[in-house]
Design a protein around this ligand. Sequence first.
Ligand code: GLA
Length: 554
Amino acid sequence: MRGKSVALIVYNSTRIENVSGLRLERRAAVLAVWGAGFLAEWRVEMAIAERNWRGSRAALLVNVAVLFVCLATQAVAGFGQGLTGRWVILGKTLDNGEQPKSIVELKQNGAELTGTMKNPDFAVELKGTVTGNHFEVFAAWGPTLPFLVGDLVNGELHAIERGRRPVVATPATAADDLPKVSYIEPPPLHNVPSNGLAKTPPMGWNSWNLFESRIDDQTVRAIADAMVSSGMRDAGYIYVNIDDTWEGVRDAHGNLQTNHKFPDMKALADYVHSKGLKLGIYSGPGPRTCAGYPASYGHEEQDAKSYASWGIDYLKYDWCSARNIYKNDQLQAVYQKMGDALAATGRSIVYSLCEYGWGGVEKWGPAVGGNLWRTTGDIRDSWSSMIENVEKQVPTAPYAGPGRWNDPDMLEIGNGHMTDNEYRTHMSLWALVASPLLAGNDVRAMTDATKAILLNREVIAIDQDPLGKQASPVKNGDLETWIKPLADGSVAVGVVNLGPASAQATVKAGDLNLGGPVKKARDLWAHQDVQFKNGAYAATVPSHGALLLRVSAK
Ligand code: GLA
């Protein structure tokens, strides 16, 4: 009996397989097996003891004592450590046939849970708590939302990742590992000559905000058609940009192929060009993009050549997995590498840096050949996200100018989760801060209101003003006033009502630096001239709405 007990303990610390082949590791399951074994053995032992009571009494007592010591040891070691281990999460199969993996390593100490989650895109330190089978762990960078929250169920972790993605983690085997990436030293810094593009903020459309991975050749063609038929192209929206998830795998020569959704990128570029539009594409300096597809790490020149040979006109280059390899003080050198590679192709390709505003990009973006750079994390189709993004880039204002633009991310106008007033404010603010105007909606099916916002040429003219100044805000209670000097000496002034109720906004001519009394003032949403009286103009601005004027002394 003592021998059997020892065998059970050894068994408990190894992985077991159930009949269906599903791996069940974890002490809860094992404890149950162990407990059942213990009871069975106890009954057998009692029967034996019954028969041999006299002769075996001493031996029985020893065996019972051993059993209890074993049970106590198991309880101390087992409870409070049930989540400890190495787990694997298999992601959804990508459009290029690859299946990404994340490895989660956890250590449970009573109610405390610590560990890491790693995949080719990121590595994150986790810290949190366990209550019974329920656990919650937070990442250092986002303490408000649990990074993983879930339960231990039959030896698996059933969880929600970052509040949105349901995941199942099973015990990892030795074969479950992440691809090894060798370090490539970034080049010494130098100035990449300007490509002379984007003298005004780039305008166009991007697939990510609405379509995410549901984008393909046919949809891009239909969007291009709609850009023409809706009047978007003629209003200046020229770039049709394919974001993440177009990528296939690399061929034997390392050339990145497209996946099945984009059977012929050159033919697609030809089609888009035939409509008087330009085609954009997406990659990043790390081994993987944010959606887990192959990116340009170690293949910069090769990829730039492919883009040029396909007829690509715009590249959005997204940091993503590069953060697992490089530090923020290497951002410039890493982005310079692709800047050089694009320049070497001889093709005019707008270079859009996407690294969420890290490392003072507004200061060195032009030196790497960049034309625009994100200043924030991803926008969402919500009032708070939109306002947060535009306000975050206030400190970057002095660095904007022709050929070098701060980018608070793509437009959400028409995607349905803000009111038309809020979308008008979104458009007004993006124009005032000279942001790129990349529509992120389905231009094939726009409401009249959406059209009237995106196609408001008077507002577009504020964004596209050749002076290229980025407005900064002045706050007065719930009202925020943004003033943008324009090339012809006039001024754009926007008053945004951040509050929950309508408010009276007063624009004072004296605040506008016009160099003379107001001669002409126009409300760019009402499309009508307005009168300044006694050096001021007053209007009611609805909650979350914006008053947008163009004012001139000439
Ligand atoms: C990042 C970017 C987004 C989008 C996605 C695609 O999150 O910031 O704009 O490009 O990657 O995976």
